[in-house]
Design a protein around this ligand. Structure first.
Ligand SMILES: Cc1cc2nc3c(=O)[nH]c(=O)nc-3n(C[C@H](O)[C@H](O)[C@H](O)COP(=O)(O)O)c2cc1C
Length: 195
């Protein structure tokens, strides 16, 4: 792939070892089905462990949803450079460790380096963070990033959209994240206001 496809946004998706892998997988499906994204995927080792714990999906199923997959240890991968054109990056789910790495600029793996580059290039970065409860350290790291424009989307439950299944609830969060990137998911039940 030489340059960003004019029809599709090139988006880096990072998956780290927080709980919530099924939501990450749902987002990969939604991105792929939208036909509007070229997906560059990087998955941490801890995310591979949580995938085994939380999903019946095998890693190869996940990889098949991406256009390009990177080894998290390959610090020289294309997404490690600001000269690689892209629209932005979504980390889903985002662990507190990965959050801390991004907040402190400690880019010792390819996911962290890609997020660091996304920030230095002034591109959109969204983190779907998950921990419960959160310590003051977690909250400070989120605040530091929110202050410089990073989208912090906590992986939380919603009820106002009347979900009937966990997947409904997950799909709602996914649609909020993708809408932030200008990608609308069909069937999204957005708030229409009280009558
Ligand atoms: C089943 C399981 C669930 C986990 N859930 C969370 C979580 O929700 N949030 C979090 O910050 N860490 C969670 N962890 C711990 C992270 O995986 C751990 O801190 C890891 O070092 C994160 O590395 P990474 O950010 O490089 O993926 C979980 C670990 C396991 C095995």
């Amino acid at each position: 792939m030489k340059a960003e496809d004019t029809q599709r946004k090139r988006i880096i998706v990072g998956m780290s070892g927080a709980s919530g892998m099924p939501v990450g997988i749902l987002m990969l499906h939604a991105l792929r089905n939208s036909g509007k994204a070229e997906i560059h995927l990087v998955v941490t080792d801890a995310a591979k462990t949580t995938l085994q714990c939380e999903s019946e999906f095998d890693l190869n199923v996940l990889y098949a949803l991406a256009d390009q997959v990177y080894d998290v240890r390959n610090i020289g991968g294309a997404i490690a450079s600001g000269s690689f054109p892209c629209s932005g990056m979504i980390v889903i789910p985002c662990s507190m460790k990965t959050l801390a790495g991004i907040a402190s600029g400690y880019a010792d793996n390819l996911l962290l380096r890609a997020a660091d580059v996304t920030l230095k290039e002034g591109r959109r970065l969204v983190l779907v963070v998950r921990e419960c409860p959160m310590s003051a350290i977690h909250l400070r790291n989120m605040a530091r990033l929110a202050e410089i424009g990073v989208g912090i989307f906590p992986l939380v439950m919603t009820f106002y959209n009347k979900p009937e299944t966990i997947e409904d609830m997950s799909a709602h969060l996914v649609s909020r994240v993708l809408s932030n990137f200008g990608i609308e998911v069909p069937g999204n039940r957005s708030w229409k206001g009280l009558s």
